[in-house]
Design a binder for this molecule. Structure first.
Ligand SMILES: *Cc1c(COP(=O)(O)O)cnc(C)c1O
Length: 374
């Protein structure tokens, strides 16, 4: 008889905090009290998992995403309210799903109007007509928006038409005023609801009712990352981390002066020091570009990484936490079990990227855990 012995999994885990998700959604509501809120859950809820955020975001007025498979998952969870496809359909048969799942969809180009005009449906579709106000990704230019609206408006396949645009610089100095003016001028005498704001626009400019408009579309702020870091951090916007990437120390080394750490010997000790080896590497989604000095928490105490990140491990300086040894908790970003916070934005900055990329990139070998309490 042979018994199956299950090995311990690697200690790395990503915790998703439902109370923080709820808190952040509530913050978005307060920032735009007269608007309805699309909870943006594209990219599998910014890497958190649609099923994992769903209960917390039920209090939203709708869900916005761009993958039809993800829209199906929302309906399978029992969500009957609005679902908006932010890029609209990619091919004609997607419209069948829009009809059967009652998905609202963006129309941003003539090809999508052509497909809609040939679509057979009992139920007319709710449309968000997208204007390109300067981002130059998707949408009709101001010059062409009205004719697109006129075309759509006479299609039997089309129900109500709303208007939307997307800001390129809501987080920066350029701001939203030029794009907003173009959008408002172009659509001014057309009937229908308006939607313009992502997280940055909502938090920085949402006091202006024409920015908040009928619908706001926050994404990143819901997931506890500041949309305009480093100008403002998480605490400034009263947001909470929703994802905590935690692991453990699996080895300890005592370095002498001149000893080096990791591939390429990029870190060299200038004094004797104790270091910890953490079970987390770039194959878990931790950025390889994080240099020596990237902030990290050990037992809730802030310290720094040392040397190059390798596939499965990275090294940390244990000088500020001499008590920490094998098995000590390491928080790569988010909240430690002691309640200390390391905003994902700080780690992203060290890697010359943004929190969005880090939360979306946690790899499939990392076990996700629902934290229903914190
Ligand atoms: C992703 C996205 C959003 C949300 O943006 P955040 O910066 O994450 O708040 C809003 N609108 C559109 C069209 C998007 O694609």
């Amino acid at each position: 008889m042979s018994a199956t012995i299950l090995g311990m999994p690697r200690p790395i885990q990503a915790f998703v905090h439902s109370a923080a998700l709820r808190h952040n959604l509530q913050r978005m509501r307060e920032a735009a009290p007269n608007s309805r809120v699309w909870a943006v859950v594209k990219a599998n809820a910014y890497g958190h998992g649609i099923e994992r955020v769903f209960e917390a975001f039920r209090a939203a007025d709708g869900f916005a995403l761009l993958d039809l498979e993800e829209a199906k998952r929302l309906r399978a969870l029992g969500w009957r309210g609005p679902v908006l496809l932010l890029e609209g359909v990619f091919e004609a048969r997607d419209l069948e799903l829009c009809s059967s799942l009652e998905l609202w969809h963006v129309v941003h180009c003539d090809d999508q109007i052509d497909m809609l005009s040939r679509h057979k449906t009992q139920v007319p579709h709710r449309i968000f007509l997208k204007m390109n106000s300067g981002m130059n990704r998707l949408g009709f230019t101001p010059r062409r928006l009205r004719s697109a609206w006129a075309r759509l408006n006479q299609l039997p396949q089309v129900d109500e038409i709303s208007f939307m645009t997307h800001f390129s610089d809501a987080d920066g100095d350029k701001g939203v005023s030029d794009q907003l003016m173009k959008f408002l001028q172009t659509t001014q005498d057309l009937p229908g609801e308006r939607s313009t704001s992502n997280s940055a626009a909502l938090l920085r400019h949402g006091q202006d009712d024409s920015v908040a408009a009928d619908w706001v579309r926050p994404g990143i702020a819901l997931y506890g990352s500041s949309p305009d870091f480093p100008q403002h951090d998480l605490a400034h916007w009263d947001l909470q981390p929703t994802m905590s990437l935690r692991s453990q120390i699996i080895g300890v080394q005592d370095l002498e002066v001149g000893d080096t750490v990791g591939y390429g010997s990029s870190f060299q000790a200038e004094r004797a020091m104790r270091i910890g080896i953490v079970a987390c590497g770039y194959a878990d989604g931790y950025p390889r570009h994080c240099p020596t000095g990237t902030p990290i928490l050990v037992d809730g105490i802030r310290t720094r990484t040392l040397g190059r990140v390798s596939m499965d491990m990275l090294a940390v300086d244990l000088t500020p936490c001499p008590q920490a040894g094998f098995g000590a908790e390491v928080t790569l970003w988010g909240t430690s079990s002691h309640g200390a916070v390391l905003p994902i934005d700080e780690v992203a900055q060290a890697a010359s990227t943004v929190g969005y990329e880090l939360m979306c990139a946690v790899s499939s070998r990392v076990k996700f855990v629902d934290d229903q309490v914190g």
